[in-house]
Design a protein around this ligand. Structure first.
Ligand code: SAM
Length: 283
């Protein structure tokens, strides 16, 4: 009888566990341990190297915030780069913006894409078949170093800073991302749970702050990411983009015709308000 629980191994002293119903896939890919299983509360769950990456139940929070916030703040996005994002949820949300002409997604592990399409179809919901989607299987770090394309928004939808994801938290990578942005472009990143990963927050802030005129964070609570709300890195050379009011965003949200379950223009504006412990950590 296999253990009916999946125990996360991200932290040494605290952990969360998920009851495993049907296990749809459990094996090593060429790069990572990958498991996809069913849970009574969260639906289908995917984990990589002992860390839950996405669940059918709460993926909407993370994917809506990491796409709609930069795209609606910028206001004139035509080309997006996603680094990582193997499950396709980020790609799907970017493509919901009808004015977006092209989304390039650079994912290092083909198996994550294939198995997500097979076992988590509701998350990508056909996004990989969209003619505006351009899937590149490569290391995102090498891609931004060598590419000559420019993007209005770059979304780093990576694993945590270990294994293949570690390079996506380096200053060299952030510098190459900056070189790939159009003037006024925005870089946003998956930047961990600040209550449990304060060093990741401080390090990213320091590195991004050395490269961009405005480096900060916005936050949202993702239930399956243990430890409180999640921080998303924000970096741009246009400080005004982060300070737009909900009323300024509202007409863009309405014009985009988006159906959302977490994101609203008021949530957008409020998500940049950081609690005192985060402000202290960033001084
Ligand atoms: N929502 C998740 C989170 O917040 O941790 C991230 C989801 S997504 C599954 C993370 C993806 O990053 C994985 O598919 C992984 O293969 C990919 N990845 C890790 N390192 C990468 C790299 N250097 N270049 C491109 N993709 C990478």
């Amino acid at each position: 009888m296999t253990d009916p629980w999946y125990d996360e191994t991200l932290y040494p002293d605290v952990a969360q566990r998920f009851r495993m119903g049907r296990v749809l896939y459990r094996d090593k890919t060429a790069l990572q341990d990958l498991v996809i299983f069913e849970n009574p509360v969260l639906g289908r769950v995917m984990a990589l190297d002992g860390v839950v990456q996405t669940t059918e139940g709460d993926e909407f929070v993370y994917h809506e915030m990491l796409t709609h916030v930069p795209i609606l703040a910028h206001g004139r996005v035509r080309r997006v780069l996603i680094v990582g994002g193997g499950d396709g949820g980020m790609l799907r949300r970017c493509l919901e913006h009808r004015d977006v002409e092209r989304v390039t997604m650079v994912e290092i592990d083909r198996s994550v894409v294939d198995l997500s399409i097979q076992h988590l179809p509701s998350i990508s919901a056909g996004a990989f078949d969209d003619p505006r989607a351009d899937l590149v299987i490569a290391d995102g770090c090498a891609f931004v170093k060598d590419a000559d394309q420019r993007f209005d928004v770059i979304i780093v939808d990576s694993t945590d800073p270990h294994g293949p994801g570690a390079v996506l938290f380096t200053e060299a990578f952030y510098a190459d991302c900056r070189a790939r942005l159009t003037p006024g472009g925005v870089l946003v990143t998956q930047n961990g749970v600040p209550f449990l990963q304060p060093d990741e927050l401080k390090t990213s802030h320091r590195r991004l702050g050395r490269l961009f005129a405005d480096a900060s964070f916005f936050v949202a609570p993702v239930p399956s990411y243990y430890g409180g709300f999640m921080a998303f890195g924000w970096a741009t050379d246009d400080p005004a983009l982060r300070r737009q009011t909900a009323d300024a965003i509202r007409p863009r949200f309405a014009a985009a015709g988006l159906k959302t379950r977490y994101y609203t223009p008021d949530i957008h504006a409020a998500s940049f308000a950081l609690p005192a412990f985060m402000q202290d950590a960033l001084r």
